[in-house]
Design a protein around this ligand. Sequence first.
Ligand code: ATP
Length: 211
Amino acid sequence: MEHKKIILFGGTFDPPHNGHMTLLSGAIETVQPDLVIVEPAGTPPHKRAGETAARHRAAMCECFCPLCGHLIIDDTEIRRAGKSYTVDTVRAMNERYPGAQLYFPMGSDMLLWFRNWVGYKELLRRLVIVAHVRAGEDEAPMRAFADTLRAEGGSVLFVKAAVLPLSSTEVRSKIACGEPIDALVPPSVADYIAAHGLYRQQGGAAKDKTP
Ligand code: ATP
């Protein structure tokens, strides 16, 4: 089966939160994809390694399913040994879905960091970036930065959606402090975190003590 427009939504998702939901739903509205692939990271190159329980993060990503009828949670990065680079995943998706155009949603923090990604020039050829600006940040520098990527042959779209000033780090530290998170994450994520007792230790990612 060939898909014309595919959103590849990569992230650590430790845990997924309403900011991710807003970004992805805005990207879906803008792109009108044939398929959405949610790709939880294995060991992200720019974050500390080791403690994150991939199976919990992947399970919590089920919260994205209601956003699109054609959505899968893929485990390519989770199964990959060692460091996980987006460019490897994108190559794999291009092989798996020949002829499809990949769209990659990202927050402004990721956009400004993009030239530091391994293989960013290849990514510019293989992906359309779907960029979102976080609240409180000035949109003009993002648009100017996007123009410099376009000058290198890249394609950048902007998502027109409200942006919540929210991060997984904030969700984890609220849980560690015993504060409620119901306003920050979808109900299914809050239920999963409570059921599995995740993030109760300060600074703790989703630890997986089960074999
Ligand atoms: P952490 O706090 O652990 O660094 P995070 O909240 O930034 O995590 P990631 O899983 O690293 O979440 O992010 C996945 C993608 O979602 C990235 O492209 C990131 O820029 C984007 N993103 C994260 N938070 C938001 C938000 N509040 N609004 C829009 N996009 C976001």
